[in-house]
Design a protein around this ligand. Sequence first.
Ligand SMILES: Cc1cc2nc3c(=O)[nH]c(=O)nc-3n(C[C@H](O)[C@H](O)[C@H](O)COP(=O)(O)O)c2cc1C
Length: 241
Amino acid sequence: MEQNRRKSEQTDSKNKFFRYNKVISNNIHNRIRCRMELYEAIYKRRTVRDFEDKIVPEEVLERIINAGLQAPTHDHLRNWEFVIIQDKKDKENVLQYIKKGIEPQLEILKQILTEGTSQQKMYAIAMPRQYTMLYNSSHIILPFFRTNSGVLNPTSVSSLNPLTSIWCAIENIFLAATAEGLGCSMRIPVGEEGLNVAAEVGAPSDYLLPCYIGLGYPAKDRSDVEQAEYNAKQKIHLGKW
Ligand SMILES: Cc1cc2nc3c(=O)[nH]c(=O)nc-3n(C[C@H](O)[C@H](O)[C@H](O)COP(=O)(O)O)c2cc1C
Protein backbone atom coordinates (compact mmCIF):
# COMPACT_ATOMS: atom_id res chain seq x y z
CA MET A 1 0.00 0.00 0.00
CA GLU A 2 2.78 2.42 1.11
CA GLN A 3 4.79 1.36 -1.93
CA ASN A 4 1.87 2.15 -4.25
CA ARG A 5 1.39 5.60 -2.67
CA ARG A 6 5.09 6.46 -3.16
CA LYS A 7 5.00 5.24 -6.75
CA SER A 8 1.96 7.38 -7.50
CA GLU A 9 3.67 10.42 -5.87
CA GLN A 10 6.75 9.85 -8.00
CA THR A 11 4.68 9.61 -11.19
CA ASP A 12 2.86 12.79 -10.19
CA SER A 13 6.02 14.81 -9.69
CA LYS A 14 7.51 13.35 -12.88
CA ASN A 15 4.40 14.49 -14.81
CA LYS A 16 4.62 17.93 -13.18
CA PHE A 17 8.30 18.13 -14.18
CA PHE A 18 7.52 17.31 -17.80
CA ARG A 19 4.54 19.69 -17.90
CA TYR A 20 6.76 22.45 -16.46
CA ASN A 21 9.50 21.77 -19.00
CA LYS A 22 6.97 21.74 -21.81
CA VAL A 23 5.70 25.19 -20.75
CA ILE A 24 9.26 26.51 -20.65
CA SER A 25 10.16 25.06 -24.02
CA ASN A 26 6.92 26.43 -25.52
CA ASN A 27 7.81 29.88 -24.19
CA ILE A 28 11.31 29.67 -25.59
CA HIS A 29 9.91 28.42 -28.87
CA ASN A 30 7.51 31.37 -28.98
CA ARG A 31 10.28 33.77 -28.17
CA ILE A 32 12.49 32.35 -30.91
CA ARG A 33 9.60 32.37 -33.37
CA CYS A 34 8.91 36.03 -32.56
CA ARG A 35 12.54 36.89 -33.01
CA MET A 36 12.59 35.18 -36.40
CA GLU A 37 9.54 37.22 -37.46
CA LEU A 38 11.28 40.41 -36.40
CA TYR A 39 14.39 39.51 -38.41
CA GLU A 40 12.21 38.71 -41.40
CA ALA A 41 10.59 42.16 -41.21
CA ILE A 42 13.99 43.81 -40.81
CA TYR A 43 15.36 42.08 -43.91
CA LYS A 44 12.18 42.54 -45.97
CA ARG A 45 11.73 46.26 -45.25
CA ARG A 46 12.44 48.37 -48.32
CA THR A 47 11.43 51.88 -49.22
CA VAL A 48 8.33 51.47 -51.39
CA ARG A 49 7.48 54.25 -53.85
CA ASP A 50 4.78 52.58 -55.99
CA PHE A 51 1.51 51.49 -54.38
CA GLU A 52 -1.61 49.56 -55.28
CA ASP A 53 -4.87 51.50 -55.27
CA LYS A 54 -6.10 49.86 -52.06
CA ILE A 55 -6.95 51.25 -48.62
CA VAL A 56 -5.27 49.99 -45.44
CA PRO A 57 -7.91 49.09 -42.80
CA GLU A 58 -8.10 51.36 -39.77
CA GLU A 59 -7.22 48.63 -37.25
CA VAL A 60 -4.00 47.85 -39.16
CA LEU A 61 -3.15 51.53 -39.20
CA GLU A 62 -3.66 51.67 -35.44
CA ARG A 63 -1.45 48.62 -34.86
CA ILE A 64 1.32 50.27 -36.86
CA ILE A 65 1.10 53.58 -34.97
CA ASN A 66 1.01 51.64 -31.68
CA ALA A 67 4.26 49.94 -32.74
CA GLY A 68 5.72 53.41 -33.30
CA LEU A 69 4.68 54.40 -29.79
CA GLN A 70 6.70 51.51 -28.30
CA ALA A 71 9.97 53.09 -29.47
CA PRO A 72 12.56 54.36 -27.00
CA THR A 73 12.35 58.07 -26.24
CA HIS A 74 14.52 60.75 -24.62
CA ASP A 75 13.41 61.87 -21.13
CA HIS A 76 10.58 59.28 -21.10
CA LEU A 77 8.46 61.78 -23.06
CA ARG A 78 7.06 60.33 -26.30
CA ASN A 79 6.08 63.83 -27.37
CA TRP A 80 4.80 62.57 -30.70
CA GLU A 81 1.55 63.14 -32.61
CA PHE A 82 0.47 61.65 -35.94
CA VAL A 83 -1.70 63.38 -38.53
CA ILE A 84 -3.08 60.81 -40.96
CA ILE A 85 -4.48 61.76 -44.33
CA GLN A 86 -6.53 59.57 -46.66
CA ASP A 87 -8.74 62.04 -48.53
CA LYS A 88 -7.33 62.94 -51.99
CA LYS A 89 -8.20 66.64 -51.65
CA ASP A 90 -6.48 66.83 -48.25
CA LYS A 91 -3.48 65.04 -49.76
CA GLU A 92 -3.29 67.65 -52.54
CA ASN A 93 -3.33 70.46 -49.96
CA VAL A 94 -0.53 68.95 -47.94
CA LEU A 95 1.59 67.90 -50.92
CA GLN A 96 1.35 71.17 -52.87
CA TYR A 97 4.60 72.31 -51.19
CA ILE A 98 6.50 69.29 -52.50
CA LYS A 99 5.83 70.29 -56.10
CA LYS A 100 7.67 73.58 -55.48
CA GLY A 101 10.59 71.74 -53.81
CA ILE A 102 10.90 69.09 -56.52
CA GLU A 103 11.83 71.28 -59.50
CA PRO A 104 15.34 72.21 -58.25
CA GLN A 105 15.88 68.57 -57.14
CA LEU A 106 15.07 67.28 -60.62
CA GLU A 107 17.70 69.65 -62.02
CA ILE A 108 20.30 68.11 -59.65
CA LEU A 109 19.13 64.68 -60.75
CA LYS A 110 19.81 65.41 -64.41
CA GLN A 111 23.39 66.37 -63.53
CA ILE A 112 24.25 63.34 -61.35
CA LEU A 113 22.57 60.66 -63.43
CA THR A 114 25.37 60.56 -65.95
CA GLU A 115 27.58 58.55 -63.56
CA GLY A 116 25.30 55.62 -62.59
CA THR A 117 26.40 54.41 -59.12
CA SER A 118 23.79 52.58 -57.04
CA GLN A 119 23.09 55.83 -55.17
CA GLN A 120 22.45 57.62 -58.45
CA LYS A 121 20.19 54.80 -59.61
CA MET A 122 18.23 55.26 -56.39
CA TYR A 123 17.86 58.98 -57.14
CA ALA A 124 16.72 58.18 -60.65
CA ILE A 125 13.84 56.12 -59.21
CA ALA A 126 13.15 58.25 -56.14
CA MET A 127 13.20 61.82 -57.45
CA PRO A 128 10.43 61.59 -60.05
CA ARG A 129 8.24 59.84 -57.43
CA GLN A 130 8.49 62.35 -54.56
CA TYR A 131 4.89 63.43 -55.11
CA THR A 132 3.26 60.22 -56.36
CA MET A 133 4.82 57.97 -53.67
CA LEU A 134 2.76 59.96 -51.14
CA TYR A 135 -0.29 60.91 -53.20
CA ASN A 136 -0.86 57.32 -54.42
CA SER A 137 -0.32 55.78 -50.97
CA SER A 138 -3.29 54.55 -48.96
CA HIS A 139 -2.54 57.03 -46.17
CA ILE A 140 -0.01 59.77 -45.63
CA ILE A 141 1.29 59.65 -42.08
CA LEU A 142 2.69 62.95 -40.83
CA PRO A 143 4.64 62.26 -37.63
CA PHE A 144 5.23 65.35 -35.47
CA PHE A 145 7.64 65.73 -32.56
CA ARG A 146 7.70 68.46 -29.96
CA THR A 147 10.84 70.45 -30.50
CA ASN A 148 12.94 72.67 -28.25
CA SER A 149 15.40 75.47 -28.94
CA GLY A 150 18.28 72.96 -29.18
CA VAL A 151 17.05 70.93 -32.15
CA LEU A 152 17.54 73.63 -34.78
CA ASN A 153 20.60 75.14 -33.05
CA PRO A 154 22.40 72.11 -31.62
CA THR A 155 25.45 72.47 -29.42
CA SER A 156 25.93 68.72 -28.96
CA VAL A 157 24.41 65.48 -30.20
CA SER A 158 22.09 65.41 -27.18
CA SER A 159 20.48 68.69 -28.32
CA LEU A 160 18.99 66.59 -31.10
CA ASN A 161 17.27 64.11 -28.76
CA PRO A 162 13.68 65.08 -29.68
CA LEU A 163 14.50 64.52 -33.38
CA THR A 164 16.46 61.35 -32.70
CA SER A 165 13.61 59.89 -30.62
CA ILE A 166 10.97 60.31 -33.29
CA TRP A 167 13.21 58.51 -35.78
CA CYS A 168 13.15 55.51 -33.43
CA ALA A 169 9.33 55.63 -33.65
CA ILE A 170 9.48 56.01 -37.44
CA GLU A 171 11.65 52.91 -37.84
CA ASN A 172 9.21 50.93 -35.66
CA ILE A 173 6.43 52.11 -37.98
CA PHE A 174 8.35 50.93 -41.07
CA LEU A 175 9.03 47.52 -39.54
CA ALA A 176 5.45 47.06 -38.31
CA ALA A 177 4.16 48.06 -41.77
CA THR A 178 6.45 45.47 -43.36
CA ALA A 179 5.23 42.82 -40.91
CA GLU A 180 1.66 43.69 -42.02
CA GLY A 181 2.59 43.09 -45.69
CA LEU A 182 2.64 46.85 -46.36
CA GLY A 183 5.33 49.28 -47.42
CA CYS A 184 6.36 52.86 -46.67
CA SER A 185 7.87 55.70 -48.64
CA MET A 186 9.46 58.62 -46.87
CA ARG A 187 10.43 62.12 -47.79
CA ILE A 188 12.34 64.66 -45.75
CA PRO A 189 10.76 68.13 -46.12
CA VAL A 190 13.04 70.58 -47.89
CA GLY A 191 13.33 74.30 -47.01
CA GLU A 192 10.03 75.72 -45.77
CA GLU A 193 8.04 72.62 -46.79
CA GLY A 194 7.77 71.19 -43.27
CA LEU A 195 6.61 74.46 -41.70
CA ASN A 196 4.03 74.97 -44.46
CA VAL A 197 2.67 71.45 -44.04
CA ALA A 198 2.53 71.88 -40.24
CA ALA A 199 0.51 75.09 -40.67
CA GLU A 200 -1.74 73.40 -43.27
CA VAL A 201 -2.76 70.65 -40.81
CA GLY A 202 -2.97 72.99 -37.80
CA ALA A 203 -0.01 71.58 -35.84
CA PRO A 204 1.04 73.69 -32.81
CA SER A 205 4.08 75.90 -33.57
CA ASP A 206 6.43 73.91 -31.30
CA TYR A 207 5.86 70.69 -33.26
CA LEU A 208 8.06 69.83 -36.26
CA LEU A 209 7.63 67.39 -39.13
CA PRO A 210 10.73 65.18 -39.57
CA CYS A 211 9.39 63.41 -42.68
CA TYR A 212 6.30 62.45 -44.62
CA ILE A 213 5.45 58.73 -44.71
CA GLY A 214 3.39 57.16 -47.49
CA LEU A 215 1.82 53.90 -46.30
CA GLY A 216 0.20 51.32 -48.55
CA TYR A 217 0.20 47.98 -50.35
CA PRO A 218 3.34 47.72 -52.50
CA ALA A 219 2.53 47.62 -56.25
CA LYS A 220 3.46 44.29 -57.83
CA ASP A 221 5.26 46.00 -60.71
CA ARG A 222 7.05 48.57 -58.53
CA SER A 223 10.56 49.77 -59.41
CA ASP A 224 12.98 48.31 -56.90
CA VAL A 225 16.17 50.15 -56.12
CA GLU A 226 19.41 48.20 -56.47
CA GLN A 227 20.85 47.62 -52.98
CA ALA A 228 24.54 47.55 -52.10
CA GLU A 229 25.45 44.55 -49.90
CA TYR A 230 26.76 45.21 -46.40
CA ASN A 231 27.60 42.84 -43.61
CA ALA A 232 28.67 43.10 -40.00
CA LYS A 233 32.17 41.71 -40.61
CA GLN A 234 33.01 44.76 -42.73
CA LYS A 235 31.62 47.19 -40.16
CA ILE A 236 32.64 45.85 -36.73
CA HIS A 237 35.85 47.18 -35.14
CA LEU A 238 36.56 44.96 -32.15
CA GLY A 239 38.02 46.99 -29.29
CA LYS A 240 39.56 49.63 -31.56
CA TRP A 241 38.78 51.16 -34.98
C1 LIG B 1 17.19 60.29 -43.25
C2 LIG B 1 16.61 59.72 -44.52
C3 LIG B 1 16.14 60.58 -45.50
C4 LIG B 1 15.54 60.08 -46.65
N1 LIG B 1 14.98 60.95 -47.54
C5 LIG B 1 14.28 60.48 -48.59
C6 LIG B 1 13.58 61.38 -49.44
O1 LIG B 1 13.52 62.60 -49.22
N2 LIG B 1 12.92 60.84 -50.50
C7 LIG B 1 12.92 59.50 -50.77
O2 LIG B 1 12.30 59.08 -51.76
N3 LIG B 1 13.56 58.61 -49.96
C8 LIG B 1 14.24 59.08 -48.87
N4 LIG B 1 14.87 58.19 -48.02
C9 LIG B 1 14.84 56.75 -48.30
C10 LIG B 1 16.21 56.30 -48.81
O3 LIG B 1 16.38 56.69 -50.15
C11 LIG B 1 16.30 54.77 -48.67
O4 LIG B 1 16.13 54.41 -47.33
C12 LIG B 1 17.66 54.26 -49.16
O5 LIG B 1 17.80 54.46 -50.56
C13 LIG B 1 17.86 52.76 -48.86
O6 LIG B 1 16.86 52.00 -49.50
P1 LIG B 1 15.87 51.07 -48.66
O7 LIG B 1 15.11 51.95 -47.69
O8 LIG B 1 14.97 50.44 -49.68
O9 LIG B 1 16.71 50.08 -47.93
C14 LIG B 1 15.47 58.68 -46.86
C15 LIG B 1 15.97 57.82 -45.88
C16 LIG B 1 16.50 58.33 -44.72
C17 LIG B 1 16.96 57.39 -43.65
